[in-house]
Design a protein around this ligand. Structure first.
Ligand SMILES: [Zn+2]
Length: 235
């Protein structure tokens, strides 16, 4: 029984290599990184748009504050022109000073906003350029990637046909377990247990097996390593 599974695994290694050739190719990496960037761009733009909204609200609020202060300034200038006595003059001058300070503060805040707008424009520009670069990269490498995929397709189909044939000889439950582990990217999946004197250990991660595991192995059963989760058998 185990021999059939081992034969399957041996053939499966060819498929794994073929998959690795495609997955590890420069072309696939270029396609994937471009795609990832393009998928994230919308989120970045949404964030930037929200920021622009905030800046605009702050600008509106400051502008209205500035208008009110300028109105008050006009009133004070008018009042100063129609002065009745000295105490009033002192009061008005104090008010005029306060207003000047307020207008200065508003100017400083407006300047800060203007800097923020400049930075946002820069960021927009960067996104625009990176997006164009990612689109160009995708357009260049997608056909190249597809060409490699097509190139290995006949070989892949040949191996898959052989695997389908080999699968017929393997116990169904065992096959399911094997394929589950294959999907978890464990490979190779089945190993012969490693003997070390009286002890037995996992040949992949050297995890020492307990007595119940060793007893199962001796009965011809498969045992899963509780550390690296590969399957072990004993001849
Ligand atoms: Zn292990």
């Amino acid at each position: 029984m185990i021999e059939k599974l081992l034969a399957y695994q041996e053939m499966d290694a060819n498929l794994k290599n073929l998959e690795a050739k495609l997955l590890g190719s420069e072309e696939r990496k270029k396609v994937a990184s471009a795609k990832k960037y393009l998928e994230g761009v919308e989120e970045n733009l949404n964030k930037l748009n929200a920021q622009a909204g905030d800046i605009y609200s702050s600008y509106e609020a400051l502008k209205s504050k500035q208008e009110k202060a300028l109105e008050k300034e006009k009133d004070i200038t008018k009042a100063l022109a129609n002065l009745q006595d000295g105490t009033e003059a002192e009061y008005l001058l104090k008010k005029a000073n306060e207003l000047m300070q307020e207008l200065k503060n508003i100017d400083a805040e407006l300047n800060k906003l203007s800097t923020a707008v400049g930075e946002m424009a820069k960021e927009y520009n960067q996104i625009k350029n990176s997006t164009a670069a990612a689109q160009a990269q995708f357009a260049e490498y997608k056909p190249k990637y597809e060409a490699i995929r097509k190139e290995i397709q006949p070989e892949k189909e040949k191996i898959e046909a052989q695997l389908a044939e080999l699968e017929k000889g393997v116990d169904k439950t065992l096959m399911e377990l094997y394929l589950k582990k294959r999907a978890e990217k464990i490979f190779p999946i089945v190993f012969e247990v490693k003997a070390n004197g009286k002890d037995f250990m996992c040949a992949k991660c050297y995890n020492l097996l307990d007595l119940s595991a060793v007893s199962k192995l001796s009965k011809g059963e498969l045992v899963e390593c509780d550390h690296c989760h590969t399957l072990m058998f004993k001849k």
